[in-house]
Each structure stands twice: as C-alpha cells, then as structure tokens.
Design a protein around this ligand. Structure first.
Ligand SMILES: C[S@@+](CC[C@H](N)C(=O)[O-])C[C@H]1O[C@@H](n2cnc3c(N)ncnc32)[C@H](O)[C@@H]1O
Length: 240
C-alpha cells in the first residue's frame, strides 16, 4: 500500500518544488508578461473594457469611479499623472472625466491594448508601449515629472524580485511630494488570486515603498474591491 503511494507522493513533491522554483526565479511572471504582450482582444469585448479578459477582476465602471474618487481624495488636483500597466485606460478615462485639467500618460506592455482601447478611450492622453521591468529610456527621461503615479493591478503580475526596481523607477519619476498609488491582490489564506496572480500584504508593499524613500500616507483594504488592498505613499522631498 505504502509502496503504491510513493510515486504519487514523489510526483506531488516534484510539482511543489517546480512551482517554488518558478516563483523564486520570477519565471511564472514571464508567462503573464508574454500573455499580456500577445493579448488578442476579441471583437465583442471592444464594446466594454470590463469584458476584456484579464481586466475583469477589478470590476466594472462604478468601481473604477469609486476608486478614482479614493485616489483623488489623497491627490486632489494632480497636474501630471502616469498610470503604469494602464491596460484599457479605464482609470485614466475616469480621471479625465473628473479632473479634466490633468495631463495624463499611460504605460502598458501590450501595444494592442493601447491601440484598441486606451488611445480611443482617453483622447488627449499620451500612451507608451513598454516593459516597465526592463525600460531604461522612458524613466530616465522623465525624472520628477509626475504628481501622481498609479500602479493598479500590475505589481502582482510582475516578478516579485522586480517590484523594488519598479518602485525605484516610480520614485525617480515622481515630483518632490508626488504620490504613488499601488493597488494589489492582498494576502489571504489562498496563496494566489482567482487569476493565479501572486498576493502581497499591505506591510510588504509599505516596507518596499519605504526602502525606496517613500513615506506611506494611507493604506488599507477597500470594500469597493474585496480581494484588493491599496497603499498611498509620498516621495520624501529632497530624496533623489
Ligand atoms: C491586471 S491588468 C490591470 C490593467 C489596469 N491597470 C486596470 O486595472 O484596468 C495588468 C496590466 O499590466 C500590464 N503589464 C504587465 N506586465 C507589464 C510590464 N512589465 N510593463 C508594463 N505593463 C505591464 C498588462 O499588459 C496589463 O494591461
């Protein structure tokens, strides 16, 4: 009996070890990155960005409205805003509606999502197709350029070991006193979200932000999004 169970046990063990190796090496996020980069958007979904696969998890228009309200409660009149991993541009679209004087820019790794959704949906905003993990040119050119930088639902799809590097880039691009807004799948008993994304605790993200010379100004869970948490952090003046 015991002998019969041994191969099953070994198989499970090998699977567990392989999953661990993928997470630690960051190779699992390469899969998301590749999927997003090659994302093909089906025609029916074009009517409604909430239907685009991979963008459903953060809910519909009313939720986006409430979250933008939350963001603007901390940064009421941002002159320049960057949304990293902007996807369909739905947050920028809402920002444009309620803060029409803000200059808006978005970054996404998927050129297709920017062309099909973000550009038509947010006229006047600038969009850049690039990989925030590996980009050097954009962030170097945009030192101290933004009052508000949003990372909504992106931290959980990039490699864990790359998060610090990305936050340093965010710090570099924030104005003195500028604010970073990070929204992410929060840690629960389940290791991964329903889409398979990794989760972080508020403490983990706050500690990373502080390591990158930000000061956390507000954080928490939101009843707007059951599975998510957020952290607002301000760039310390005179930290470059
Ligand atoms: C879960 S979606 C969230 C999209 C958007 N923030 C929203 O809530 O509607 C994650 C987004 O991050 C983008 N993304 C993933 N890895 C990226 C990278 N390395 N650089 C730039 N964008 C990336 C994906 O293409 C996708 O649009």
């Amino acid at each position: 009996m015991m002998a019969a169970r041994l191969p099953l046990y070994l198989l499970r063990l090998v699977k567990k070890i392989a999953a661990r190796v993928l997470i630690v090496s960051g190779l699992d996020s390469l899969r998301y990155k590749r999927d997003y980069k090659r994302k093909k958007i089906n025609g029916d979904a074009l009517e409604d960005p909430a239907l685009v696969d991979g963008y459903k998890d953060e809910g519909e228009v009313e939720r986006v409205e409430k979250l933008v309200e939350l963001i603007l409660s901390q940064v009421p009149h941002p002159r320049a805003v960057l949304d990293i991993g902007c996807g369909t541009g739905r947050y920028l679209r809402q920002l444009q509606a309620v803060s029409p004087d803000s200059v808006l820019e978005g970054i996404d790794i998927s050129a297709e999502i920017l062309d099909k959704y973000a550009r038509p949906m947010v006229p006047g905003a600038q969009f850049h197709a690039l990989d925030i993990e590996t980009d050097r040119r954009f962030f170097r050119r945009r030192e101290s350029s933004f009052d508000l930088i949003c990372l909504i639902g992106i931290i959980q799809v990039v490699a864990r070991r790359k998060v610090r590097t990305i936050l340093r880039k965010v710090h570099h691009m924030c104005n003195d006193g500028g604010v970073a807004y990070i929204q992410f799948n929060v840690e629960t008993a389940k290791k991964k979200s329903s889409c398979g994304y990794r989760r972080y605790s508020v403490e983990e993200i706050s500690a990373l932000l502080e390591e990158c010379s930000f000061q956390v100004i507000k954080s928490g869970r939101t009843d707007i999004l059951a599975d998510y948490a957020y952290v607002f952090a301000r760039k310390h003046p005179a930290t470059r």
